[in-house]
Each structure stands twice: as structure tokens, then as C-alpha cells.
Design a protein around this ligand. Structure first.
Ligand code: XMP
Length: 508
């Protein structure tokens, strides 16, 4: 790797997106804690540093700081929001609370500068309480808004830059271009990095961690665990054993399809475990979503431990955790939204030396690109995501075999119709939900009092934010008619038109 950007994390909610934008622009980037050791920051081939946003005021008592020797390393530094205010403070400028807090999209006025090369649209996202009121000596103001006279500053001599607006979010029209300009015009980078480039390093990292040990792989049939397994298989071959647990919460025919696929197409050493009875017993009568997730997470681990013993021991447990699982489970700066079963639901006494989570820093689409460069067939890599807790979080309320059966049949119909309509690649995720609601209907002149199935289909690029999919009415009609005609005890079908936020993709 020849070009690298270090991003110092001051705790803002969009920080991960900065890393993503930099990588999309073709430069490998790493998000490091704000107080990372200076030697770690310098690392190898450091080409520039970005200081992120954060919730504090730079003058707050416990305001986050970094090692200011970063300004002595001979690389450009870009501060975004808090990062900009931090630069202002360090170099003798000042920051004060704004009279009017600025949250939302606003028009940016800017002067010609390499950071703004080719920028035509000027709407940016502002989200801040404080603002720079005095620029430090040597800096000039290069952009402003009505409420923020210093919306961007630059010291071209020392190569220090600040943006008050959030260039990393898509709500800033050409924010990604501003970041790209920083990389190309200021840091003078070639920007040729692609996700595939980290493959060799990831494989080496797995080899180094595992040594001569054995790894037990947790396969769910989803993209993440498949890519994780293929990667580890490349690193340690058959010292990876994969376990596929049928927890009774899978989609129609899924267990057979997935196992066949792993064995025949990926050549993995895989063992199928039938744990249907065990999971359904543990989940019996449980209605609270977080409780369901914790039970499933714990049972997964228990099954793995038992399997590891049967196989004569394993040192590490492989999981396909990806970055959105990590932040949404509260491990990052954000609040806990849901305990994704492979993060928050993990019991502390896991009985393995440790976890192998090679995809922990990657976004879904990065995982997919990695999967393709590992030679995993297109249809598996672009398979829609399926949550670890499976259908348990799509049956609202307590789970029974009858409800699961209804859900499976309706879900199969939806998938079939989406496939026939050729929309499988265009919709991020699509599934049905057993809502638990019963309502009155009329079928064949007879009153019915039966279940309501919810249809959910969303578009997204990373599952962090999603839009409900504008599926054609004809498709929705076919789905509704088929579900009611073919699935016993369903007399109503509704379409979920909630985006994320405020909703989440899954109902639980
Ligand atoms: P939400 O519902 O949080 O889902 O908007 C975001 C993405 O994550 C999937 N999901 C999970 N995946 N374990 C997983 O492996 C989980 O516990 C879990 N919960 C949600 C969900 O299907 C969507 O793709």
C-alpha cells in the first residue's frame, strides 16, 4: 500500500463515513482513536490526516484532544467540524457558540481554491453549536454561509485546512468531491486503491493471528459470513471448519441450498448442525426483541462450543461481523439501536481463545467487492442480507412453528415475484413480516379473522440509511394476491413505507 490517510476519531456520528469517502476516492484510510499514539498515526506511507467531527466543544473541560505532534509530521491535515475548531484552537484562533445553532442543509459561498475544484453545487450539511470566529494567523477564509462566516479555512503554506460543514454525508451535494480534492490536489495522491488491495494484507493478518491454530467458522448463508469464511479458508485452508447451524429460523429450503453451495462451490469443510428444537424451545414465549436476540446469540455460541469440543477443540471463532453491526450495537460513538446477534448478544465466557472478525472494519458493499475478488460467485455475493437471528425477528411477538410456517411461505412468494420481475439486484432487501395482527376479511362470501403479513422492501447502499422501495404496483398486487391465495390463515397484506431512519430495516 503506497498511500494512506489516518482519520482521528473525535466521536462524531458521521466519522465512519469519512473513512468510506476516502476509500471510495481510491485511498486506503484508517479510523484511529483521537488519542492514538503518534507512532501509530505515522505508521507507514502516511499521506495525510483528517480530524473528524465530535459532540464536544473544543473548550469543554474534557474536550477530546490528539497528540499535537501530528502537526509536525510533514503531511496535510484537514479538520472537519470539531476537527476544524480544534485546528483553530491549536493555532491561536478562536471558536465560540453560535447565536443561531445551525442544523441542516444550507448554501455555501466559496472562493476558487484547490479544495473546491469542479464543485458546482453548493448545498452542504451543517450540524454544529460552535463556530470559528477568529481564524488563526496564516489562515484565510475560503468559504462562508449566512450563519457561519468561517465555513472553511486554509493555510496553504503549512497545508492545514478546515471545513465546518460535513463533506462526508450525501446531504452535502458535492462533499465527496471536496474530500477527493483534498486527496488529489492537496495531498497529491494517485488514488488507485481498491478494496481488493487489502485482501493480501487481510489474509496475512489472519495467518499471523491464528498461527498453527484451528478456527471454527460460523456460517449463516449470508454474504458476510461467506466472505469471511472464504478469506480465512485462503489463509489457513482446512484448519478452518465451518459450522452451519439450522436454528429453525431459516427461509424455505435455505439449509439445503446453502450447505450444497458451500461444499460444492466454495470447497469449504462444512458441518451442518440441526439445532431447531433447541432454539425454538429456548425462544418459546419470548416476545421482547432484545431478549430474542440475546437468546439466539448465546445459543449460537453454545452450539459452537459443543461442536468445537466434538471436533477436538478450536482456538478461534470466526464471525462475519461487519462495520454496521459494530456501530449499531453501540460499540462505536453511536447509541445502541439493536444488539446484532454477533456483537451485542455475545456472552462473555465464550470458551475460545478469541474471535476472528476479518470484516469488522468494512461496509457491506466493500465486503461484496472483496467477495468477488475472492472468486465467490456473483449470485452469492449479491444475495440480499439475512440477519443472524433469522425469522425470529420477523415474527413479531412470540414465535411458534405455525407462525414460522406462514412467514416462510409468504416470504418465498415475495422472493419469487421479485425474481420474476428482475428486481433482485435493485432492491437491497425484501422480506415479509409476521405482524401478529389479526383482522376481519371476507373470502368466498365467508367472514375471516386471520393474520396480516407485512411486506418490506428497501433500497440502500450500506444499510445505515435506507429508503422504502418504490416497487411497481403490479408486483405488489401479485404478491398480495398470491400470499392470500396460497398461504393459509392470511387474509391481509400491507406494505411498509417507512425509511431508515426513522424505522430500521427489520421490524425487531
Ligand atoms: P436494521 O434492522 O438494524 O438492519 O436496520 C440493518 C441490517 O442488518 C441486518 N441485521 C442483522 N444482521 N445479525 C445480523 O447478522 C443481526 O442480529 C441483525 N439484525 C439486523 C438486517 O437484516 C439489515 O440488513
Amino acid at each position: 500500500m503506497t498511500e494512506r490517510i489516518a482519520i482521528l476519531d473525535f466521536g462524531g456520528q458521521y466519522n465512519r463515513l469519512i473513512a468510506r469517502r476516502v476509500r471510495e476516492a481510491g485511498v486506503y484510510s484508517e479510523l484511529l482513536p483521537h488519542d492514538a499514539d503518534i507512532e501509530r498515526i505515522k505508521g507507514t506511507c502516511l499521506s495525510g490526516i483528517i480530524l473528524t467531527g465530535g459532540p464536544d466543544s473544543v473548550y469543554a473541560e474534557n474536550a477530546k484532544v490528539c497528540d499535537n505532534r501530528i502537526f509536525d509530521i510533514d503531511v496535510p491535515v484537514l479538520g472537519i467540524c470539531y476537527g476544524m475548531q480544534y485546528i483553530a484552537k491549536v493555532f491561536g484562533g478562536s471558536t465560540e457558540p453560535s447565536d443561531i445553532k445551525e442544523y441542516g442543509r444550507t448554501a455555501l459561498r466559496f472562493i476558487p481554491h484547490p479544495l473546491f475544484e469542479n464543485v458546482k453545487k453548493n448545498t452542504v450539511l451543517m450540524s454544529h453549536n460552535d463556530r470559528v470566529t477568529k481564524t488563526p494567523k496564516g489562515f484565510s477564509v475560503i468559504a462562508s454561509t449566512d450563519n457561519c462566516p468561517v465555513a472553511a479555512f486554509a493555510d496553504d503554506e503549512r497545508k492545514l485546512y478546515g471545513l465546518q460543514f460535513h463533506a462526508e454525508v450525501t446531504h452535502s451535494d458535492e462533499g465527496a468531491l471536496v474530500i477527493e480534492n483534498f486527496l488529489k490536489n492537496i495531498c497529491k495522491l494517485k488514488c488507485t486503491w481498491r478494496t481488493e488491495n487489502i485482501l493480501t494484507e487481510m489474509i496475512e493478518a489472519v495467518k499471523a493471528k491464528v498461527g498453527n491454530g484451528r478456527v471454527l467458522g460460523a456460517l449463516s448463508g449470508g454474504v458476510d459470513s461467506s466472505v469471511a469464511a472464504a478469506l480465512v479458508h485462503k489463509a489457513i485452508g482446512d484448519r478452518l471448519t465451518c459450522i452451519f447451524v439450522d436454528h429453525g429460523l431459516l427461509r424455505l429450503n435455505e439449509a439445503e441450498e446453502v450447505i450444497g453451495f458451500y461444499r460444492d462451490k466454495l470447497g469449504l469443510n462444512i458441518k451442518a448442525v440441526d439445532a431447531r428444537e433447541r432454539f425454538l424451545t429456548k425462544l418459546s414465549g419470548v416476545t421482547e426483541p432484545e431478549e430474542k436476540r440475546k437468546i439466539i446469540g448465546e445459543q449460537f455460541i453454545r452450539v459452537f462450543e459443543e461442536q468445537a469440543k466434538l471436533l477436538g477443540g478450536a482456538d478461534y471463532l470466526l464471525q462475519g461481523t461487519i462495520y454496521s453491526d459494530v456501530i449499531e450495537s453501540g460499540a462505536g460513538a453511536g447509541h445502541t439501536i439493536k444488539s446484532h446477534h454477533n456483537v451485542g448478544g455475545l456472552p462473555e465466557d465464550i470458551g475460545f481463545k478469541g474471535l476472528i472478525e476479518p470484516l469488522r472494519d468494512l461496509f457491506k458493499d466493500e465486503v461484496r467487492h472483496l467477495g468477488e475478488s475472492l472468486g465467490i460467485p456473483h449470485e452469492l455475493v449479491w444475495r440480499q442480507p439475512f440477519p443472524g437471528p433469522g425469522l425470529a425477528i420477523r415474527v413479531i411477538g412470540d414465535i411458534t412453528a405455525e407462525k414460522l410456517d406462514i412467514l416462510r411461505k409468504s416470504d418465498f412468494i415475495l422472493r419469487d415475484e421479485i425474481k420474476k420481475a428482475g428486481l433482485g439486484d435493485k432492491v437491497w432487501q425484501y422480506f415479509t413480516v409476521f405482524t401478529g395482527i389479526r383482522s376481519v376479511g371476507v373470502m368466498g362470501d365467508v367472514r375471516t379473522y386471520d393474520y396480516t403479513i407485512g411486506v418490506r422492501a428497501v433500497t440502500s447502499t450500506d444499510a445505515m440509511t435506507v429508503d422504502w422501495a418504490r416497487l411497481p404496483y403490479e408486483l405488489l398486487q401479485a404478491v398480495s394476491e398470491r400470499i392470500i391465495a396460497e398461504v393459509p390463515h392470511v387474509n391481509r397484506v400491507v406494505y411498509d413505507i417507512t425509511s431508515k431512519p426513522p424505522g430500521t430495516i427489520e421490524w425487531e
